[in-house]
Design a protein around this ligand. Structure first.
Ligand code: MG
Ligand code: MG
Length: 249
């Protein structure tokens, strides 16, 4: 069932989303060659908990052991932070974070370059972020979920990359994952209609090679089938009468 949020609930999510955006900034500032993904996890968890009433949404969710997902290079999503996973110059790390605040979740991800990265990687990050913005622009009451996916996929295709189809965005709020599913592909005017009060996480995952993925034996980490790189950008967005409101900017 789709749960619409009241204006007051959306304000609460905006407050949590502000903490989440600041958490991303703190993690980004800690990204450098030699840092471990476990250290980034600690930065995020400490930062979130330093705000009264805020806790990391992911810790314990479906049994996930950490506060962030940290997915390096060919890892698409759900990478488990590890003290043994040290970032190197030229890597990329996709950091996905959820904040639970005032009884409501927000969800946001971004892929961060480690030092200087190659041109294809830079373009992958740019196209993925632009595709997220193209999707957000479709978050208008009366539009359909398919309008979001169609806009994302068009931008990604034009950039010469492919969207992952095995994983999707989602409603978010009282639970981390609510209806509706928000795929990163689709047909305009298809799928559930967007109504004011709907809050969704839009999250294109974009691969440099094949769209196909597999899950590692740790049962969490999703990687590209061909070992090429993947990027992930995500915002929690509210449908309002006056257009999209990004709650995690
Ligand atoms: Mg996320
Ligand atoms: Mg999400």
């Amino acid at each position: 069932m789709v749960q619409l949020k009241s204006p007051r609930e959306i304000e609460t999510m905006a407050a949590g989303g502000k903490i989440l955006a600041a958490t991303h900034a703190a993690v980004r500032a800690a990204v450098r060659p030699g840092v471990s993904t476990a250290e980034l996890d600690k930065v995020a968890e400490d930062f979130i908990r330093s705000h009264e009433g805020a806790t990391p949404s992911f810790k314990g969710l479906y049994g996930f052991p950490a506060s962030i997902c940290a997915s390096v290079n060919d890892e698409v999503v759900h990478g488990i932070p590890s003290a043994r996973r040290l970032l190197r110059e030229g890597d990329i790390v996709s950091v996905d974070i959820g904040v639970f605040y005032g009884g409501l979740h927000t969800d946001s991800a971004r892929t961060v370059p480690v030092g200087a990265v190659d041109d294809t990687t830079l373009r992958l990050l740019q196209v993925t972020e632009e595709s997220l913005e193209a999707g957000i622009a479709q978050v208008v009451a009366g539009n359909h979920v398919g309008d979001i996916g169609a806009a994302i996929e068009a931008r990604v295709k034009a950039g010469g990359f492919v969207v992952v189809r095995d994983l999707v965005g989602h409603g978010v709020g009282h639970s981390m994952h609510e209806e509706p599913q928000v795929p990163n592909h689709g047909k305009p005017r298809r799928g559930p209609k967007l109504a004011a009060g709907l809050t969704i996480a839009i999250e294109p995952m974009v691969n440099a090679g094949t769209a196909e993925t597999r899950t590692l034996p740790d049962k969490w980490t999703v990687v590209t089938l061909d070992g090429k790189r993947s990027a992930h950008f995500e915002h929690t967005v509210a449908v309002t009468e006056s257009g999209p409101r990004v709650l995690t900017r």
